[in-house]
Design a protein around this ligand. Structure first.
Ligand SMILES: [Zn+2]
Ligand SMILES: [Zn+2]
Length: 285
């Protein structure tokens, strides 16, 4: 079968390159006619460049209630929340930040957005992820004085050439008009990958890895900061950054991330345990 014109790789590339030159309206209209814009993840036609088609959008799991009132980790069922609507992790080790919210669950569908964004130079995905984040973090964005991204260590920044959290922070700043300070924090120690580590191991690994830049400390004092990252797993990185910001005189820190790795304990609760629990009895994991 002959593919659609817009599916020919050379023509898609031509379209992307022409768009990067910020052409005028007439050129864009001509492009739309010749090469209709396609979904950023597949070849389905969409109304405008930079959008997801209905099918790819539908596969994403947008996080909604019920979730932990503190760290925002989603619960499968509302009664999994312990006292105060908290998850067990927030009860055992209360995080330094006030509230964290995430836009999407980390799963096969969101990985198609996050991994190319983080490791594959698809920096244009920042706008798509940020649109989801504006929805999930509307309240946090409204009360933030300054938006601050989680920093990369300079060696990793040299290799990757961009900090994906900073791109999200800048995009959110443009969308909401909130001020952004991309260099408020520095990663002063290179940390090993946190993949496969427990929450306690993650906290140990990132302890002391971040610092507020002295020349920025004055501007942060007495302000409420919204910390931005692409992925949140245990919250160890967000917690370590929050501790540094609070020590520098920030009044409070909230956290907004694009995707959230679900609590593995949610999946490990056997279905029979659900039935055995009496109504009103708090969930134990
Ligand atoms: Zn699609
Ligand atoms: Zn929690």
């Amino acid at each position: 079968m002959v593919p659609l014109l817009s599916e020919w790789p050379v023509l898609s590339e031509l379209r992307a390159r022409t768009e990067s030159l910020r052409p005028g309206r007439l050129v864009v209209a001509a492009l739309d006619l010749l090469l209709p814009p396609t979904c950023i993840l597949c070849s389905a036609q969409v109304d405008a460049p930079g959008l997801l088609c209905g099918a790819c959008f539908g596969e994403l799991s947008v996080i909604g209630a019920p979730y932990c009132t503190c760290c925002g980790v989603p619960f499968e069922l509302a009664w999994h929340a312990a006292e105060g609507g908290l998850c067990q992790g927030c009860i055992d080790t209360p995080p330094a930040f006030e509230h964290a919210r995430a836009a999407l669950t980390y799963d096969n569908a969101s990985r198609r957005l996050v991994l190319p964004f983080k490791h594959g130079d698809r920096i244009e995905f920042a706008a798509v992820l940020a649109r989801f984040m504006v929805q999930a973090g509307a309240e946090l964005l409204r009360r933030a004085d300054i938006i601050v991204p989680v920093p990369l260590h300079r060696r990793r920044l040299f290799v990757r050439r961009y900090n994906q959290a900073a791109l999200l922070a800048q995009t959110l700043g443009r969308m909401t008009g909130r001020p952004v300070m991309v260099d408020a924090l520095a990663r002063v120690a290179a940390t090993r990958t946190l993949d496969g580590k427990s929450a306690a191991e993650r906290r140990d690994e990132v302890a002391g890895a971040f610092a507020v830049r002295p020349r920025r400390a004055n501007l942060l004092q007495g302000r409420r900061v919204l910390l931005i990252d692409d992925v949140m797993t245990s919250g160890a990185t967000a917690g370590a950054c929050s501790e540094e910001l609070l020590a520098a005189g920030v009044t409070a820190v909230d956290v907004l991330v694009a995707v959230r790795v679900p609590d593995p304990r949610e999946k490990s609760v056997p279905r029979r345990a659900y039935r055995r629990r009496r109504p009103g009895q708090p969930a134990k994991f």
